[in-house]
Design a protein around this ligand. Structure first.
Ligand code: RIB
Length: 322
């Protein structure tokens, strides 16, 4: 009945990556490795990760009519993603400036470029993709009004997965559609940084300082407390990713921890995207949240063992061997 297991709507960036011994402080210059250019962007990463696992995947995104755009299209096609929804032109392809330290941790600055030109009209024009997709996954490297239009276009009976990265205020309409809302610690703290009643819990004024403000579970508390507080804002379910510790899932009153597998981290870039893509795909196949997350943590773990984002994403064979 559905042509696609997963439709990803989101960003596509060229990742310009430099390895550093340590990241520079304000006003400081450090020397790093040779520059590497990888296909990236949270949307393109999710689509590539799902397709490499075997999911029938489509991407709705915008790239520039330039060499970086062609790099991204080539990467999507070689992963097996249907790129019929990838639009070209309007601005240069988005770029992410990434430093990776010896522990594999990264810092990222994104210039959105064409991603900022993916409009609500582009979403409406892709109605046939939405109707053909079992699950729709979206992130926040595209304009907020486009994200809201995505939510409105999810077909009846299909499911929305949202990773609010980079974190930004989310309207109640968007929060209420998430099944699940997938957050890491930073994103959880940001979204919980508003008034205790959650009514304007992530209005720009309340939560504009990322992860800072006054919510009851924003400054400390356990991931279980964050999950419960997030659920009170409206999502149907919540997943909190915990890095090397795995993830926590909650679809109601109960919170369940899902442990990860131990691996040696080389580069964490894109691991969260691979996790979310795997989760979304398996939920669409009918698995419950805990079972889907148990698969997704293995995919995320595999993705940190190699350099780059899309280049690090595993096949099913690699997951079985992990
Ligand atoms: O989540 C990792 C991604 O974030 C990178 O590929 C980079 O492009 C930024 O979007």
């Amino acid at each position: 009945m559905h042509d696609y297991d997963l439709l990803v709507v989101g960003s596509a960036n060229a990742d310009l990556v430099i390895g550093v011994d340590r990241r520079p402080g304000p006003g400081e210059t450090v020397l790093g490795s040779d520059l590497a250019v990888h296909p990236g962007g949270k949307g393109a990463n999710q689509a590539a990760a799902a397709a490499r696992l075997g999911a029938r995947t489509a991407l709705l995104a915008r790239v520039g009519d330039d060499a970086h755009g062609r790099l991204l299209l080539e990467s999507q096609r070689s992963a097996g993603v249907d790129t019929v929804g990838v639009l070209a032109g309007g601005a240069p392809t988005g770029v992410a400036l990434i430093t990776v330290d010896p522990s594999g941790d990264n810092s990222i600055v994104v210039s959105p470029g064409a991603n900022a030109r993916l409009t609500p009209e582009d979403v409406r024009a892709a109605a046939s993709l939405f109707h053909a997709s079992r699950v729709v996954s979206v992130q926040l490297e595209i304009p907020p009004e486009t994200v809201a239009e995505v939510v409105r276009n999810v077909a009846p009976g299909s499911r929305l997965v949202l990773n609010p990265s980079p974190p930004a205020p989310l309207p109640a309409e968007v929060l209420a559609a998430c099944d699940p809302l997938v957050v890491n610690e930073h994103e959880a703290r940001f979204i919980l940084g508003g008034p205790a009643d959650g009514s304007a819990g992530n209005s720009p004024g309340a939560a504009g300082a990322a992860g800072a403000a006054a919510g009851p579970a924003a400054d400390d508390g356990s991931p279980e407390e964050w999950a419960r507080a997030l659920l009170s804002l409206g999502p149907r379910s919540v997943v909190v990713t915990l890095g090397a510790e795995g993830a926590l899932v909650s679809a109601g009153g109960d919170c369940v921890r899902v442990p990860s597998v131990r691996v040696s981290a080389v580069d964490t870039t894109g691991a969260g995207d691979a996790f979310t893509a795997a989760l979304a795909w398996r939920l669409g196949r009918g698995e419950d949240l805990e079972t889907a997350a148990a698969f997704a943590v293995r995919v995320g773990a595999a993705a940190v063992t190699k350099e780059g984002a899309q280049a690090s994403f595993p096949t099913m064979e690699e997951i079985k061997a992990l």
